[in-house]
Design a protein around this ligand. Structure first.
Ligand code: COI
Length: 355
């Protein structure tokens, strides 16, 4: 793909690496490419990060044809730059776009765009332990029209943000509120996609949980409201009686890259992993009987995030005395060592950025 570069007049001052937070700072440049029916994807460019102008009648503003992805670039101790399984994000984005009847980006094109922008912005990849460059590709409908139909024009943009931890708790346990009023997804809907609409409809529950002192919500299935699905910004796994339980990928749960990687590691370590439906009652009973040994979320932003407490209809399940469990820590260490190029990458998950 031919990618032209438009020079910025001035570069930004980079933020302190120990005060990055998450998603607050953006690099000097972004990648932009347009799609028009009959022409396909065209005009790939790296341009200064900045406002985009579009018509108030752009279809995304009315009917929310928008999908996004999240992945990271890591700086290794010997100064190489690694991505983690970017082809999985590319594939998931195609699946999201298919569901929303949006133009799809070929996987190689997605990876090439990410790699080229990251290489261009390599000075922005932070050095401090636990920091990385968050990559946010997104696609939205730009056709100027009022009326519901698949748009005939789209924009694909990638922005980059140097980040630290997603949660203010860092890698310490978080408290989770089990949501039994609002629902996130039902079969046949868009639960398996990464579309902005899924997150928009989750905010009310997130706000409610926040007011009660909880960092995130645990979603139950949208029909019977009893099967455990995922947490607001991550998939979730439970260690019960030395076996692992997580919801299956069958339409309502996001097929997480970190989720998939954790399952591979856990199986390699000999754990039985149940990717199956299980109820919140099963989970709370296990907690009451002292069998709920550990719980953790998995996600690109969240990495591996220990869960220390669940609140379901006022009943509190305290997990591992609100301390990070041994297995949770081992997964965090193993995964992040692979991602930062500090451990052998047996599964061939890392992708070195050419620079
Ligand atoms: C990610 O983990 O990359 C996400 O997109 C989750 C969240 C920031 C919405």
């Amino acid at each position: 793909m031919k990618i032209r570069v438009e020079k910025a007049e001035q570069l930004k001052v980079k933020p302190d690496e120990d005060k990055l937070g998450f998603g607050k700072h953006f690099t000097d440049y972004m990648f932009v490419m347009d799609y028009d029916e009959g022409q396909g994807w065209h005009d790939a460019r790296i341009v200064p990060f900045g406002p985009i102008s579009m018509s108030p009648a752009s279809m995304v503003l009315h009917y929310a044809q928008e999908t996004f992805e999240g992945l990271k670039a890591y700086r290794t101790p010997d100064d190489r730059i690694l991505l983690f399984r970017p082809e999985m994000n590319a594939k998931r984005m195609r699946n999201s776009n298919k569901r929303l009847c949006m133009a799809e980006i070929p996987e190689e094109m997605f990876v090439e765009a990410v790699e080229t922008l990251v290489a261009h912005e390599k000075e922005w990849i932070p050095h401090l332990e636990g920091t990385s460059l968050y990559i946010r590709p997104f696609i939205f409908a730009t056709e100027v029209a009022v009326g519901v139909h698949p748009a005939i024009s789209y924009k694909f943009i990638i922005i980059l943000s140097p980040v630290g931890n997603y949660y203010p708790e860092g890698v310490n346990p978080i408290k989770i509120y089990v949501e039994d009023e609002y629902v996130r997804a039902t079969k046949g809907g868009t639960g398996f996609t990464k579309c902005g609409g899924n997150y928009a409809s989750s905010i009310a529950a997130q706000e409610k949980a926040g007011k009660l002192g909880y960092t995130q919500v645990l979603w139950l299935d949208g029909v019977e409201r009893k099967y455990v699905e995922e947490v607001g910004t991550m998939n979730v796994m439970f260690k019960i009686d030395n076996e692992i339980y997580t919801a299956p990928i069958d339409g309502t749960v996001l097929p997480g890259v970190t989720r998939d990687s954790c399952i591979a590691l856990l199986k390699e370590w000999g754990y039985k992993v149940h990717e199956e439906h299980f109820t919140i009652d099963f989970l709370m009973k296990a907690a009451r009987e002292g069998k709920l040994e550990e719980a953790f979320g998995t996600g690109t932003a969240a990495v591996i995030s220990p869960v220390g407490e669940l609140n379901y209809k006022g009943e509190i399940a305290m997990i591992n005395d609100f301390k990070t469990g041994e297995l949770t820590q081992k997964l965090y260490d193993t995964l992040t060592d692979i991602q930062w190029g500090k451990a052998e990458d047996k599964f061939n998950w890392t992708y070195e950025v050419k620079r």
